[in-house]
Design a protein around this ligand. Structure first.
Ligand code: AMP
Length: 563
């Protein structure tokens, strides 16, 4: 069959076993994805295979369907072995084998990975299993202890081989490959093909069929890649804005360290987003629970590290946000592969600081696609989104809930108090909203503020500039010098207990008030409050705006400081 014809082949022509073919209806697969169309016919013929494809392309079924099709259920010794870089992926792949083998009576699939007790794994291995899916270390342990016998192995898959290389497992993988029976069919899948992977393929695969899923047919085509240049804005504020303005379903935010995932998850939680952190500090069971909560819509956002989110397959991920840019291109490709799954489209947004532009260029080169620049959503856009969400929530509640009792109550309230229905509705909305303003100040207000700020600056310049060169920054002093001439002192209700740094104060005040940072005077940070000197005669509208400004997730609640 020519490659072109292969792409047109349906599941019914793939010589899958009747049980496996029947399972496709249960899982709802009608037509093969490109990788399945190109891979299954070779795999079913027992040929070795080298597949370059990303996650989200349907590659699990591409190897699981043909391998399951030839399992001899009567032989209870492992016939298929899949090696994965992470336990999450091992569990998912094992689950897929179970799904596709649902009609194979007596099929036993076992996931083995570090962190799980040996007891469960040993008793299952003793009872007999047909398919083993595992991470390299634990597989090697079982092989050494002779609790995993591979004498009857007919097929071996290395899944996400480049990830195994990245995680330092490549020697373990080679060790496993050197121990399997000589005529085992080997399939190696990898998103990228770095030299060490090619070397392994050259050494262990016998005249392999090569399958490359090109950009015009694989998952990256369904992922819109965008980037946001982070300039003069705090990253966490930018994240909140992006999330507020986007119509998202599930979101994964990638942060560099475990601590960052915790801090960021807290910030988002405080802003009302249902968020949890996913990192290596969590025990395996806790990680699985978190992923389940995302799947079940108990939470919408995961803030994760690369390692914790590897292989994660949740269909509802509409957005991947690369909060911290990765230092290599491979993790970027794996990160964005968490969205655009199962034929859906997804958005990948990358935060780039000016000094990280070079990495953006490398990413564009690696994905062979231009990453589109986006602007930080304006207050107007966010307000528009809030209004739309408000309206949608109302129509959704009307269409899904029984409102009889409330309708009656609203009508009688309006009648008794001589109110219009819209007055009652507005009162209810206000009750629901509480004291937090529903809308942000729109850009139309900004020029006025800027104008006042300019006047304020002019005044400040005349008063303080000759003396004031650079804002002195002092932390937690007991004795504080009086404010310099032309300046007055203000108190803000945020301190080092909240993680406040002088730059946060400068950033928040200059961003909100339009006052250039050079006019901001001494800053004294105390435990739960801070003092900041600002030019004398701050206009009322700027003062009111600063009162409502947030920094380090706290309202500044600025007030004039009386010593
Ligand atoms: P994978 O790349 O194996 O992680 O698969 C990505 C997603 O695509 C999974 O959610 C699969 O259930 C789904 N999938 C795989 N093959 C098909 C198919 N032929 N039709 C529809 N969905 C599929």
């Amino acid at each position: 069959m020519s490659p072109k014809n292969l792409e047109l082949v349906g599941f019914d022509e793939m010589k899958l076993s009747p049980d496996v073919f029947a399972a496709l209806q249960t899982v709802g697969y009608e037509t093969p994805t490109p990788i399945q169309a190109k891979t299954i016919p070779h795999m079913i013929e027992c040929k070795d295979l080298l597949g370059q494809a990303r996650t989200g392309t349907g590659k699990t079924a591409a190897f699981a369907l043909p391998l399951l099709s030839r399992i001899n259920l009567k032989n209870r010794r492992p016939q298929v072995l899949v090696v994965t870089p992470t336990r999450e992926l091992a569990i998912q792949v094992a689950q897929s084998f179970n799904d596709y083998g649902t009609n194979m009576k007596g099929l036993n699939v076992l996931a083995v990975y570090g962190g799980q007790s040996y007891g469960i794994q040993l008793s299952q291995l003793k009872r007999g299993v047909h398919v083993v899916v595992g991470t390299p270390g634990r597989l090697m342990d079982h092989m050494r202890r002779k609790t995993l016998c591979l004498d009857d192995l007919t097929g071996l898959v290395l899944d996400e081989a480049d990830e195994m290389l990245q995680m330092g497992f490549i020697d373990d993988v080679e060790w496993i490959l050197s121990k399997i029976p000589q005529f085992t069919q080997i399939a190696l899948f990898s998103a990228t093909m770095p030299a060490p992977i090619q070397k392994i393929a050259g050494k262990y695969l016998k005249d392999p069929e090569k399958v490359i899923i090109r950009h015009d047919s694989d998952a990256t085509n369904t992922i819109h890649q965008k980037f946001l240049m982070i300039k003069n804005v705090k990253k966490s504020d930018a994240l909140v804005r992006i999330l507020e303005a986007s119509s998202h379903d599930g979101v994964i935010v990638f942060a560099r360290t475990r601590n960052d995932t915790m801090t960021l998850a807290k910030v988002l939680e405080e802003k009302g987003f249902k968020t949890e952190a996913l990192n290596g500090d969590l025990a395996q069971a806790a990680r699985e629970r978190t992923v389940k909560r995302l799947k079940n819509r108990n939470i919408d956002i995961l803030v994760a590290t690369d390692v914790a989110a590897r292989g994660l397959d949740v269909e509802r991920i509409s957005h991947v946000i690369n909060y911290d840019i990765p230092s290599k291109t491979e993790p970027y490709i794996h990160r964005i592969g968490r969205t655009g799954r199962a034929g859906r489209t997804g958005e990948a947004i990358l935060f780039v600081q000016p000094k990280e532009k070079w990495m953006l260029k490398r990413i564009e080169k690696a994905t062979r696609l231009a990453v589109e620049e986006i602007a930080l959503p304006s207050n107007r856009e966010i307000n528009e989104k809030r209004r739309n969400d408000f309206k949608n929530k109302i129509s959704q509640t009307i269409s899904t809930e029984d409102l009889t009792a409330f309708t009656h109550l609203v009508e009688t309230t309006a009648k008794e108090q001589n109110l219009s229905i819209s007055q009652v509705a507005a009162a209810l909305a206000k009750m629901l909203q509480g004291e937090t303003p529903f809308l942000l100040k729109e850009a139309a207000d900004k020029p006025a503020v800027k104008k006042t700020a300019k006047k304020f600056e002019k005044k400040a310049k005349a008063a303080v500039l000759p003396k004031q060169k650079k804002a002195p920054v002092k932390h937690h002093q007991n004795k504080i010098a009086p404010a310099e001439k032309g300046m007055e002192r203000f108190r803000i209700e945020v301190g080092y207990k909240h993680g406040l740094k002088p730059d946060d104060v400068v950033g928040a005040i200059s961003n909100e008030s339009g006052l250039e940072s050079k006019f901001i005077g001494a800053i004294n940070i105390d435990y739960d409050y801070s003092l900041v000197d600002l030019p004398f005669g701050m206009p009322k509208n700027i003062f009111n705006m600063l009162k409502r400004t947030w920094v380090r997730s706290q309202k500044m609640s600025i007030s004039k400081y009386a010593c």
